[in-house]
Design a protein around this ligand. Structure first.
Ligand SMILES: [Zn+2]
Length: 315
């Protein structure tokens, strides 16, 4: 088994994204960069270093559906495509899902107290589509499966950053391919996304994320090959410090709430006064993460006003 890293440029703030070519019984590409000509050049160059070309790739596997990972899914004419079932809704441009998606965010903005003139953000939440490939999954994989053609790699469902997120763990070598679950330089944004099963309501993405991170602490993992940047080797140390920093961020939010009754939107404006206008979706997700965390810890309570907006105060 060999693993070959391909570094791919993206037009996003995060910078380059990594794909991994896995050679076992099958030649498998994990993640595919954004759908830009520059990314395609980098993928072809990376394959060439390995003596391969796009037509040789037999399988493409996604860590999650975000466009810097799921761009060129349709660039490999001989490959089967595998990933979490959630990817498929995006990759197929499922119209029912998109209607539900817009209604989901519309409801969220309302209960978060976001003013009506900012509702255009609902459309912006579908921005990922522009650089995402379009073809259905051949087969969904999830927790409990192994990677097709690579039986030593187990599939873990690691939700939090995305509602489609999977990580792959090699039980023999203790290597992990971690997508955006663990990145060396930055903590992953716990994005609020509509859930796979609408009956489940809004995912508490940060709590999901913390649970998915904590789970790794109990596993033998020597190295994580990340979706961005360098490999992570001091895994327990990094995760422990990320969880501690998360706690500190929540305490800062609690201090800001003070003796007031605040909406998610009001708290977002205070926590991210320089960024919230430009990146409303991301900053609301971060704030909701703190709110969910504080509620889980029993430190704040939630009240639904007659205006349909949630208000939070210290208990
Ligand atoms: Zn992502």
């Amino acid at each position: 088994m060999t693993l070959h890293k391909i570094i791919i440029p993206t037009p996003f703030a995060v910078g380059d994204v990594n794909s991994y070519l896995l050679k076992g019984d099958m030649l498998t590409l994990i993640d595919t960069g954004p759908k830009t000509p520059e990314a395609w050049m980098a993928i072809k160059a990376g394959l060439k270093e390995f003596g391969a070309e796009p037509g040789d790739v037999e399988q493409v596997v996604l860590t999650h559906h975000h466009p810097d990972h799921a761009g060129w899914v349709d660039g490999f004419e001989n490959a089967k495509l595998y990933g979490h079932p959630y990817n498929d809704l995006w990759l197929r441009r499922d119209q029912d899902f998109f209607e539900y998606h817009d209604a989901f965010y519309m409801e969220r903005l309302k209960e978060e107290g976001v003013p009506g003139d900012l509702q255009f953000w609902v459309k912006k939440m579908k921005r990922p589509l522009n650089l995402m490939g379009s073809r259905p999954l051949d087969k969904a994989i999830n927790e409990g499966d192994t990677l097709p053609g690579h039986p030593e790699w187990e599939v873990l469902e690691t939700l939090g950053h995305a509602q489609s997120h999977l990580s792959f763990w090699n039980k023999e070598t203790h290597e992990m391919i971690g997508g955006d679950h663990v990145i060396a330089k930055v903590s992953s944004n716990p994005l609020i996304e509509p859930p796979l099963d609408p009956a489940q309501g809004r995912p508490k993405s940060l709590l999901q994320y913390n649970a998915s991170l904590s789970r790794l602490l109990k596993m033998p993992i020597d190295v994580i090959y990340s979706g961005h940047g360098e490999e992570v080797r001091n895994i327990n140390e990094l995760i422990t410090s990320r969880l501690a920093k998360q706690h500190q961020r929540a305490m800062k939010a609690l201090g800001m709430i003070g003796e007031r009754n605040l909406t998610v939107y009001e708290l977002t404006k205070e926590l991210f006064s320089h960024a919230y206008e430009k990146e409303l979706g991301l900053t609301l997700s971060e704030t909701i993460g703190q709110i969910d965390y504080l509620q889980e810890e029993g430190l704040i309570s939630e009240r639904l006003g007659d205006d349909g907006i949630f208000y939070y105060n210290k208990v």
